[in-house]
Write a protein that binds this ligand. Structure first.
Ligand code: HEM
Length: 480
């Protein structure tokens, strides 16, 4: 398909549809960070937006000055080239996200080929019913009981560096160890945690990474990777079929570190679940597994990577976390506010003709609620473009679906807000903060391995985090 949609990568993340960003637009120059390219001005001096921007490399790496122009001058921007509307101010995104009647979920069929029939494209009671199938495993007391297991998984991954024997993961020289934090930790950690919660047998671990990667690369249609994604999904379903048969006969329980049962795993719970008197089919159970794996992998991976990259560039803040581990929560949320790993723009279709900020939006239009831009709104967060885990206007307390705002502090938008609020928010907060505290305790004097990291256009500054999360982060620390 020809390039029809901006935000290709974030939108693809959010709905699993390949929109094809097309070649980067050569007409938008790469600018120093924080500065916007000059796309012309209206007679009254208002900066203009050239919609080719949205498929440019510049926008991908340095979107924040353009978010500012959109928020300040075009709170609802009609992009006639790509035929969609952007909503970028914090208050507007929040209002729209809470209005499921006017801003409906994206058209059916966008993600369900690879993941199967999931809640992603459903609204109202249909969506809620499906969230409830597994939701209780990802919140509250269930999480507390899993703390030791999550800590153990983090420690096991770090232990594996000692015997990695793979210089693309880890190597030692002169008392200093260099580690690729993605390959050596963050790429595997969330998947291992979700696999544990699901109750996947250890023997399936190798296949699990394969299913996950193939399905994640397989969104969209009519491509080779899509074909591989579908094959992986079928392979997973075949595996799950036998597992479901066994779990229905012999329920499987998760255990604490002392070997005491702490509750059924998610697959066993799904096997027990009935809707209107009928057990869930293998197809339905597989779709839920695929959704949890798909929703819980790349997102938390990217959140951990982005947070560490930002923290390591602010050593005083890293020292503050080292001195007071309770600050990991603030670091996690500030990291998410500054750089969303996935779902930076929520696509919705309008049900009715509406008007916002004087812009008429006809029924059936594609509206992108840009969480990423809302997070950087100076109307809500002071000096919003700077990373500051000690800022006093970001709420990092108990996660609330409706979001939090008391006029002084507000929650960020990175988990969405309203009826579709990310059901994995609680577990990803727990994973990222626990895993990171283990990492920091075990890496003495950790710092960025500058010579292994990509640079920005000046050839000196470290490359920024734009719309796409960090792929790799090389760090080094002292071993003695
Ligand atoms: C830092 C990590 C994460 C981020 C930034 C994130 C972000 C998001 C966002 C923005 C949405 C869409 C909200 C909306 O439509 O308004 C979402 C939905 C979802 N997330 Fe997450 N997520 C993360 C972790 C997880 C984890 C760990 C899981 C599962 C274990 C998960 C499962 C889901 C599911 C199933 C949905 C669909 C909810 C629905 O449509 O009702 N996510 N997530």
């Amino acid at each position: 398909m020809e390039s029809i949609c901006p935000f290709a990568s974030t939108l693809a993340d959010a709905i699993g549809q390949e929109f094809g960003a097309g070649p980067p637009s050569g007409d938008i120059p790469l600018m120093p960070l924080g500065q916007a390219a000059d796309m012309g001005h209206a007679p009254d001096g208002t900066p203009l937006i050239d919609p080719r921007l949205f498929s440019s490399a510049e926008y991908n790496r340095n979107p924040y000055p353009y978010f500012r122009i959109l928020r300040d001058h075009y709170p609802v921007f009609h992009d006639e080239l790509h035929n969609c509307y952007y909503v970028t101010r914090f208050d507007d995104v929040k209002t729209c996200a809470n209005d499921e009647v006017v801003f409906n979920t994206v058209a059916k069929g966008a993600s369900n080929t690879v993941l199967g029939n999931t809640q992603l494209e459903l609204s109202g009671p249909e969506n809620r019913r499906r969230r409830n199938l597994y939701g209780q495993h990802l919140v509250g007391q269930a999480l507390k009981l899993r703390t030791p297991a999550i800590t153990r998984i983090a420690n096991e991954l770090i232990d594996s560096w000692d015997t990695a024997n793979d210089p693309t993961v880890c190597h030692d020289r002169n008392g200093v160890r260099s580690v690729a934090l993605g390959k050596g930790f963050a790429n595997q950690f969330p998947i291992r945690v979700v696999g544990y919660l699901l109750g996947l047998p250890d023997e399936a671990r190798g296949n699990f990474y394969f299913w996950y990667n193939a399905m994640m690369n397989g969104f969209g249609g009519a491509t080779e990777t899509h074909g591989l994604g579908l094959a992986a999904r079928q392979d997973l379903e075949d595996y799950v079929e036998e597992l479901v048969r066994v779990r229905r006969e012999r329920p499987h329980f998760l255990h604490d570190e002392a070997g005491n049962p702490i509750g059924k795993d998610i697959i066993t719970s799904l096997c027990d679940t009935r809707i209107d008197g009928d057990y869930l089919s293998t197809e339905e159970i597989t779709s839920n597994i695929a959704l949890l794996v798909g929703g819980g992998g790349e997102t938390t991976r990217g959140a951990i990577m982005n947070m560490w990259y930002l923290l390591l560039q602010h050593p005083a803040q890293l020292d503050a976390v080292r001195a007071d581990e309770s600050l990991w929560l603030a670091a996690f949320h500030e990291g998410l506010r500054c750089a969303i790993p996935a779902g930076g723009a929520q696509p919705k279709n309008t049900t009715y003709d509406i008007e916002m900020h004087g812009v008429k939006i006809p029924a059936g239009s594609l509206v992108l609620m840009v969480n990423h831009a809302a997070n950087r709104d100076d109307r809500v967060f002071r000096d919003a473009d700077s990373f500051n885990i000690l800022r006093d206007d970001l709420y990092s307390g108990k996660l609330l679906r409706s979001g939090y705002s008391d006029g002084r502090k507000s929650s960020h938008m990175s988990f969405g807000v309203g009826p579709h609020f990310c059901p994995g928010a609680w577990i990803s907060e727990q994973e990222a903060t626990l895993g990171s505290s283990v990492l920091l305790r075990r890496m003495k004097n950790v710092r960025i391995k500058h010579d292994a990291m990509p640079r920005d256009i000046d050839g000196v500054t470290l490359a920024p985090i734009g719309l796409v999360p960090m792929r790799e982060l090389w760090v080094e620390y002292d071993i003695d």
